[in-house]
Design a binder for this molecule. Structure first.
Ligand SMILES: [Zn+2]
Ligand SMILES: [Zn+2]
Ligand SMILES: [Zn+2]
Length: 162
């Protein structure tokens, strides 16, 4: 789970984070923007809006849930944050400067794994464009399946047959 620094840390990181995401000179670069960026930077993986909202509330209870959701939208419009749809789990957020990746979501345990440098992503896109004229973005939705850990558990449960 992401953690948010103390108020003073949020302040001292203002310049670095703001500059990195090109919003340093924006007068609307408000506290809530910096705090949300800090939460996403500190997260080991992707976070739902609800998880971001809870992390923000732990350090800054005065920032409302509605403000977090609205600020996420604005950060997304600014191209700083992007989302991936994860079925019933809702949208998951990550910083846009991460390397392009697919999201592998386990249908059993819900774990989402980032898959970077999957070379066939480009050829899949090229084929879908050539055959269907469809500009696919395979990163915008998760790829469902079963993770390695759940596959291993399933094979333990299955009695050996011979
Ligand atoms: Zn979307
Ligand atoms: Zn992602
Ligand atoms: Zn799993």
């Amino acid at each position: 789970m992401a953690s948010v620094g103390k108020r003073s840390q949020a302040g001292s990181q203002k310049a670095a984070l703001g500059a990195r995401y090109g919003i340093a000179d924006n007068p609307r670069n408000t506290l809530q923007r910096r705090v949300i960026l800090q939460v996403l930077e500190g997260a080991p993986g992707h976070l739902s809006a609800e998880a971001i909202s809870r992390a923000v509330a732990r350090a800054f209870p005065e920032i409302s849930r509605a403000t977090v959701y609205r600020t996420l939208d604005r950060l997304e419009q600014a191209g700083v944050v992007s989302h991936t749809h994860a079925g019933t789990a809702g949208a998951l957020y990550h910083l846009s400067d991460k390397p392009r990746h697919l999201h592998l979501m386990c249908n059993r345990c819900g774990k989402v794994t980032e898959a970077t440098d999957v070379t066939s992503t480009e050829s899949l896109g090229a084929e879908l464009m050539a055959r269907f004229g469809f500009a696919a973005d395979p990163t915008h939705y998760v790829i469902g399946g079963t993770c390695a850990a759940c596959l291993a558990l399933a094979s333990e449960d299955t009695p050996a047959s011979d």
